[in-house]
Every structure is written in C-alpha cells, then in structure tokens.
Design a protein around this ligand. Sequence first.
Ligand SMILES: Nc1ncnc2c1ncn2[C@@H]1O[C@H](COP(=O)(O)OP(=O)(O)O)[C@@H](O)[C@H]1O
Ligand SMILES: [Mg+2]
Length: 374
Amino acid sequence: MPHKVSLSRLKLTDFRNYASVSLSFDGRHVVLTGDNGAGKTNLMEAVSLLSPGRGLRRATYGDITRVGATAGFSIFAELAGMDGEVEIGTGVDTTDDSASRRLRINGTPAKSADELTDHLRLLWLTPSMDGLFTGGSSERRRFLDRLVLSLDPAHGRRASDFERAMRSRNKLLDERRFDPAWLSGLEQQMASLGIAMAMARQEMLGLLARLIDETHETSPFPAATLELAGFMDGQFSRPAVDLEDEYAAMLAESRYRDAAAGRTLDGPHRVDLLVRHQQKQMEASRCSTGEQKALLVGLILAHARLVANLTGHAPVLLLDEIAAHLDEGRRAALFDLIDALGGQAFMTGTDRAMFSALGERAQFFTVADGKVFE
Ligand SMILES: Nc1ncnc2c1ncn2[C@@H]1O[C@H](COP(=O)(O)OP(=O)(O)O)[C@@H](O)[C@H]1O
Ligand SMILES: [Mg+2]
C-alpha cells in the first residue's frame, strides 16, 4: 500500500464565498454535499491551490478573493504529507499591485511554489473538463502537462523556460532581426528544453499505458489508448542529443517561415494528446458523452495509481461532481476503486444519498451558503 497523504485541517479567509471557515478532517475521504452555488467547488479550488499554479479554475487572484474583502485571501492547511506533518499557508495580498502568491511551509517562506510538490501531489477532475476530448488541443496539452507534473515537478519549470525562449525568438523574428548568433542561442535553448519536455511526456504516457494494460480487465471504466502527435512523431526512441540537434536545425531552417507566420510552427507547444477508447477502437471525441466521462475517470484513476506506485505516496484526489451521471452499481465500483488507491479523496455532489455506498469510509459535510457543517 502507498503511504497515505491526508489533510487534517483547512482554514480559509476571504476565499470566494467564504469569509472565514475552518474544517477538521479525520483522514478518511471527504464528501461535500449541498445545493448548486453553495461553495463546494470553491472548497476544492482552495485545496487545489496547495499545488503550484493557479488551481483547478486557473482563476486570477482577484477573482478568488471574496467580493467585499479589503485585502486578499488566505488558505491554511495541515496535513500528513509525503515528508511528514506539515503546515502550509498561502494567499495573496491584493492591495499590493505586484500581487503574487505568498507561500509559507512550516512558517518559513518558500522560494518557489514547486516546494509544495515535496509534500503532496494533487490530481483533479471537474465538470469543466467534460469537453476535453472535443475541444481544442491546448486544453489537452495542459491536461497532459499536469499529468507529467504530478510525477516530475521539474516539468513546469522546463515548460516555462521553453516558453520564454520561444517568445524571445518570436520577437526577434517579428522585428526582422535575423541575427544568427542570437537566434541560434535561443534555438539551442529551445531544443534542449523542448526535447526534454517532449521526452518527459512520452515517458509518462508509456508508463501510464503499461499500467492501463495491466489493470483494465478489473476496472469498471473503459481503457484508453494514448498517443502524442504533432512534434517529432515516432522519434522518441532515438538519443536525446540527436533529437536536440535535429530540432535546433529545424528551427534554424524555418526562421523565414516562422517570421511570416508570426509564431514558431514546430515544437512541443504544438503537440496534441490523442485518446482512443480501446475496446471500441474509437477516437474519444466520437464517443458518447457518458463514454467520454468514463474514459476520463478511468484515465485519472490510472494516473493516480501510477503516481502512488512511483512516488510511494498516494495523491490527494479532487473529484468534483464525479458521481452525478453514474448508476448505483458503477458508483459503488468507483468508490471501491478510489478507496483502493490508498489516498484521500475529496468528492462533491448535490445529493448525499449518492455517496451512501462509501459508508464509514468517508466523512460527510454539508455546504450551505459559505458555511460548512459536519
Ligand atoms: N470572489 C467571490 N466572492 C464571493 N462569492 C464568490 C466569489 N467567487 C465565486 N463566488 C460565489 O461562490 C458561489 C459558489 O460557487 P461554487 O463553489 O462553484 O458552488 P457549488 O457548490 O455549486 O460547487 C457562487 O454563488 C459564486 O457566486
Ligand atoms: Mg460546483
């Protein structure tokens, strides 16, 4: 069994519709039920901010801060983390124009939000991801990169450094400054970062595919076949240095073309994640809404297992409205599967009866109008 990471306390101040709320958890799964607009997803969002980035809504800090609050918001959490008991405090002071997120771990200011990944890994599934397979590729890329990040925290830094180098190159090309030394310096950087990014994605998908193969027969959810397309397809068994040279050469050759296009046309920023329903041999985008949801749930749970296997610590799961469209039997199977992962899951729904199959395995809270009752 992987080690269980679990939150024991969550305190919010001026966060969305919560002026002030304090919750204690006993280590079991957490079920939050209440009417639409009660504040269930807001609580999930608060927990999601215990990972680097802007949380599960990717909201601005201004939007997160409670309407009517004068300063900003704060989140405080206590957890049994990957490195033992830890206290995490984070928040933003919106009276400060340069407002970036502040973070304290055990009372000490953290240098970077990446330090959060030493203590917990979070995975989430929300209704806003329902259109993942039918929508644009950038959402799928973001989804893919979050999967990589939960295994390899350095992936985020590589991606943002790549982005920065690419923006500098695009700017030079846009200004028609074809300075070969300057450009090739940036292209070298893009090549080493871009290939590292692409390989990290490829490696994660390989591991995930293997795990899906090993477990799909016992899973109540359909198995997905996963493939990357759009950048150096089929090349990733070759040595990284060769791929870097090739990508750098590709970039050098396409300066005039990219200048005309106004952007860099080749690179890991153009990749798409292709998902297929394995048994049906059908692209996910052409599956029914219910099948797409089932594929997504299966994918997230397989990934959670992968994270647990590789890190030895089960990730905290945020599953917003996950049980809504499942029949009773599938719901019970889902809860068993979640429980078997060995971690703590936060789940929401409008109706408490939907979660009855969890029984004593969960702690139940009612959310109403910015207040929470056990
Ligand atoms: N910054 C904010 N200040 C105050 N209320 C907010 C803020 N942002 C969102 N809300 C309110 O939070 C409420 C609950 O949102 P949510 O958690 O998504 O509900 P649900 O329980 O349906 O998941 C909504 O009514 C919304 O208007
Ligand atoms: Mg909601």
